[in-house]
Write a new protein. Sequence first.
Length: 338
Amino acid sequence: MSVINFCIVGLGRAGNFHLTSIKLLKNANLLSVVDTNSTLLKQVGAAENCNTYQSINEALADPALDAVVISSPTDSHYDYIIKSLNAGKHVFAEKPVGHALHEVAECFDLASSKGLALHLGFQRRFDRSFMALKETLPQLGNLRLWKASSRDNPRPSIEYLSISGNIFHDMLIHDFDMLTFLLGAEVPEKIYATGYAHDKEIAALNDFDTVLVTVHYPNGLICSIDTSRISAYGYDQRLEVFGEHGMVRAENQLDHTLQLSTAKGTNISVANHSFPQRYKDAYMEELKQFTVGIETGVLNNVSKQECMLSHLIADAALEAALNNKVVDFKKEYAPKLS
Ligand SMILES: NC(=O)c1ccc[n+]([C@@H]2O[C@H](COP(=O)([O-])OP(=O)(O)OC[C@H]3O[C@@H](n4cnc5c(N)ncnc54)[C@H](O)[C@@H]3O)[C@@H](O)[C@H]2O)c1
């Protein structure tokens, strides 16, 4: 297996967990890092003994570079994906790919025309519990109800929130990707969503911090997904699917497995604090699969159709919440898939 030379663009929360993964992968070498923050750039460059650049263009000019991990803020993704692919580099990009549907399509089309890998950071697909849950679904027969809770912790900075899009495209996009991953890219019939901003800073951005979405499928499956930007008891990520022959549930990951029982009741551990702990293994696995994909020609971990579908579900849920209406997804959004 040959060694793949990586560049990480954006060294914040996401850049950090990708840095950890690259260091642990035997066939990966961190050739360079890019960040607009010169102090952070210097720090990471010195610690990792790699090349440092303030502009992605300089990093892409290096012929030794094979693959780029794009973990800079969301509003740079589309531009950086296109630039990296045009420079002949394989790309692993954090979600979401872009702010508009045509950007998603363009990125996939360019990667495919150049024969380069474009993998996306939908790490829940690599989480052991969700992968096992997918295996059990056929046993449930006709699926009837889906109950997901996705409550983040801690609240991201207001600087992050102001350029991340909105709660539907930034956060719930993971849940919409789970719908397409677990249900096999089924197209919904109708979508409703409602939201509220308890946090004044989030309200000032005209965004929500608390949202409930319902997604109806033509076969009768009704999905409810609730989300919050903050959760006092730790990172909360649960999913229950109920079907004709049974039910399957993925519970929260706890810090440890101790259970203390006394006359006052039973105490268990807190849930993992945040996503770097909850998805540690999944982040590692998604990058490992990216390197395998480069070696074996598996160009995508999420298909263009799936990525466009979850983007459109986010568009429709946003429209529903802003206008307090049930959106006819089949009629108004599904035609945009072709
Ligand atoms: N998959 C996940 O679980 C997950 C988790 C967190 C964030 N993300 C995604 O990762 C991306 C980054 O989020 P974050 O939380 O790490 O943000 P962050 O604010 O913690 O870090 C962003 C970093 O990028 C740098 N930066 C800013 N503009 C830049 C530019 N134009 N070029 C290069 N670097 C630049 C900043 O200095 C900072 O170091 C977002 O798109 C977000 O959606 C994904």
